[in-house]
Design a protein around this ligand. Structure first.
Ligand code: A3P
Length: 272
């Protein structure tokens, strides 16, 4: 029998795959890709590139499948994934809780009206024959009643979705990011997120530069490097022109839910 202690056991050099310590659960079109790519600048953060969709599509495959979809990490490194559809699907909070009640959750919120238009822009880019936004957003064309069964509208009722997560997770375990501020001031948001995750402050303003062509921040891994990365053309799309009266109707529809969200989170996101 080999009784010699295994020198690698518990060593920070040993690599293994871990279930996620934190998950970016939403919201779709909130800036979730940007946030994940920014977090990956941290040497102690590892994340899979694609969205794993474990809790909504592959749950039957089991936790070993999920773990295997994660990159290898050393002991002190954090595993993070992002799948924004998790936020709005019933039953997922319980599934995440069953995996680990300690899982930290991150949600990037964005003005639900802009979010809806962004989501619609994505829909049109994939299906150019789609009906107009105006045709889809109302129950019928004569009334100005918002069609709350349209997924693109439903996703933006953040307070309702969040309430389901709060049945399982305490507020202190959820970090809320302003999607608007993530564009305007990524370093400020990243400072708060690194603190929430218990990470050393590594990502700073020096990692970001506003790119006037892209109209968004781009980022670099090393602060001394001149190699900048920007997200691809699917992020930061041109939005279609939506009539201001339609936008106003949507704003009116969302207002009470937004106010509810501000009181639930203790954070005013400043949407109209
Ligand atoms: P638009 O394409 O409507 O501008 P997600 O990754 O969750 O799908 O979010 C996409 C949104 O991220 C984009 O929506 C854009 O507004 C926002 N975003 C935030 N930071 C960005 C960045 N650095 N580059 C491109 N888009 C960014």
């Amino acid at each position: 029998r080999n009784t010699r202690p295994n020198k690698n056991l518990n060593s920070t050099k040993t690599k293994c795959k871990k279930l996620p310590h934190a998950i970016i659960i939403g919201v779709k079109k909130g800036g979730t890709r940007a946030l994940l790519e920014y977090l990956r600048l941290h040497p102690n953060v590892k994340a899979p590139g694609p969205e794993p969709h474990f809790f909504d599509k592959y749950y039957d495959k089991g936790l070993n499948w999920y773990r295997n979809a994660m990159p290898e990490t050393k002991r002190h490194e954090l595993t993070i994934e992002k799948t924004p559809s998790y936020f709005v699907i019933k039953g997922i909070p319980e599934k995440v809780y069953k995996m680990s009640k300690k899982t930290k959750l991150i949600i990037v919120f964005r003005d639900p009206v802009t979010r809806a238009i962004s989501d619609y822009a994505q829909l049109v880019s994939r299906n150019p024959a789609a009906k107009t936004f105006e045709e889809l957003v109302y129950i019928n064309n004569r009334t100005h009643i918002i069609d709350t069964s349209w997924t693109i509208v439903k996703i933006g009722v953040y307070a309702q979705h969040l309430a389901r997560w709060l049945e399982y997770f305490p507020l202190r375990q959820i970090h809320f990011v302003s999607g608007e501020n993530l564009i305007k001031n990524p370093a400020v948001e990243l400072k708060k997120i690194q603190e929430f995750l218990g990470l050393e402050q590594y990502i700073t303003a020096d990692n970001f530069a506003y790119n006037t062509v892209k109209g968004f921040p781009c980022y670099r891994r090393d602060v001394g490097s001149s190699k900048w990365h920007c997200l691809n053309d699917e992020k930061g799309r041109l939005h279609p022109d939506i009539d201001s009266s339609v936008k106003r109707h949507l704003e009116d529809f969302y207002r009470p839910f937004n106010l509810k969200l501000y009181s639930m989170t203790g954070q005013d996101f400043g949407w109209s």
